[in-house]
Design a protein around this ligand. Structure first.
Ligand code: F3S
Length: 272
């Protein structure tokens, strides 16, 4: 059986930066707080906890004056305000590509535009982006966007600014762009899909076309990883998503001559 490993597999720039910042802070301070999962990978989180980084789910669990690491997905404006009120020292590991989207929606609103955000409504990155503006609209995909655009109260002349979650697929994005260009007359469109994600998704699509089976390595809670598995399933009938090698069964590979391996942005190289 031949095994093809995706060139893009493993940590992306933003996740690597966040993990390094968390490691460095934990070593320097002896203790610090990770607000939410710094990345969607239980193994990495455990290693950081061993260095003295305590994970909390909510800002209410932060003690006054503690050092708090903001994860790569970013946080809401309200969380920054609460941390400031607590006198916390903030180590901001928000990925610069996500920070850019925060700025874009803020600036759009200052110009009188309605920010239109495409992404998974409940995903922390999208919740964070939506919090940096007051009148942002969030749609999960082209169907929702089209329904809203067709409402009688949605004026075709409404000035809008279109952005997306960094991990959105190019396919969904292109459909949304088409709708905006068709239904609105005053728009600004910013392609905010992370290029690392786009490359990873394209590579996974290509590999799943030529391989008989695909193994996607990563945490199922990661949007990046679950979208990769979704893309692979569009082209290949045999796809498995695992968090570690021990979850693989020999039966899965029976009769398979070529297997491809890809991994989400939160998967450390040693797991792959
Ligand atoms: Fe940033 Fe892209 Fe990774 S947005 S966190 S570099 S997937």
């Amino acid at each position: 059986m031949s095994v093809i490993l995706a060139k893009s597999a493993g940590f992306c720039y933003g996740v690597e930066r966040a993990v390094k910042l968390a490691e460095q802070t934990a070593r320097e301070k002896g203790s610090c707080v990770m607000l939410g999962s710094i990345i969607h990978n239980a193994h990495v989180v455990q290693d950081l906890e061993a260095l003295g980084a305590r994970q909390v789910d909510d800002v209410s669990q932060v003690q006054p004056g503690e050092t708090v690491i903001i994860r790569s997905h970013g946080e809401t404006r309200q969380v920054y305000q609460q941390l400031e009120a607590l006198g916390a020292e903030v180590v901001d590991a928000t990925c610069p590509f996500v920070k850019r989207i925060h700025r874009l929606v803020q600036e759009a609103e200052a110009e009188g535009r309605t920010p239109v955000i495409i992404g998974t409504r409940t995903h922390p990155e999208v919740v964070g982006i939506a919090s940096w503006c007051w009148r942002g609209m969030v749609f999960e995909g082209p169907e929702e966007l089209e329904r809203w655009a067709a409402l009688p109260e949605t004026s075709p002349g409404l000035p809008i600014c279109l952005v997306s979650q960094t991990t959105l697929t190019a396919n969904l994005w292109n459909l949304c762009v088409k709708i905006v260009k068709k239904q609105f007359t005053n728009f600004r469109i910013f392609d905010t899909i992370c290029k690392a994600t786009e490359y990873r998704q394209k590579e996974a699509a290509h590999m799943s076309e030529i391989c008989q089976a695909m193994v996607v390595v990563g945490d199922a809670k990661s949007s990046n990883t679950s979208r990769l598995a979704m893309i692979c399933r569009e082209h290949c009938g045999k796809v498995i998503l695992v968090d570690q090698a021990s979850q693989l069964e020999p039966d899965f590979f029976r009769g398979v001559s070529d297997v491809g391996i890809t991994a989400g942005a939160s998967t450390p190289a040693w797991i792959i």
